[in-house]
Design a protein around this ligand. Sequence first.
Ligand SMILES: [Fe+2]
Length: 216
Amino acid sequence: MRLTILNDNVPSKGLLNDWGWSVLAEGKRRFLFDADTRGEVLAHNSKVLGVSLENLDFAVLSHWHYDHYGGFEYIAELNPGLSLYAPPGGRIEGLKVVEIHSAGEISEEIWTSGALDGFEHAVGVETPSGLTAIVGCSHPGADRLTKAILKVFGYEKAHLVIGGFHYPSRRTLERLAGMAEFIAPAHCSGDEAKAYVRKNYPEKFVEVRTGSVLEV
Ligand SMILES: [Fe+2]
């Protein structure tokens, strides 16, 4: 599976940027995880990065905060009627919101953790290298979301956890390190968390920013 970071808080030359998070996942299925703040960012960056946001199989929204759903109107223009797997609490014109409450299968080898605290969910994707967990902002805790994903699949450890960890405590990062082979702190993780993982778990640390492409 290939993960293309369409926008992260950290900018890259030639790409538009703002505070937000959006990842295109392309494996057996093509889906968008979160849609940043603005369609213009997604349109520009996908073009420069050479990926299409048309013909998606589905989309996922981690939680109803603007820095994650702002670009979905643009995605709806490109993919009218597309299913958007999201926690309860909102709607997007042109998309079919499928409300996520509990853990379950979204598509072949792609599962949701269920909406933790009724607010935010994460997804897990099984790939040949193992389980990749993608998180949005981790308001319920990056460790809790990852644990929930592992439980759904019956895995002890994830291959990769990527996303916003919401300024995690050291304890949360220690727990994450015990649950994942690789850790890619992004979006709202904060410089301190990135530095902590880089220093204490250099073998696990994966640096991502706007425009990064990861193969898992
Ligand atoms: Fe966020």
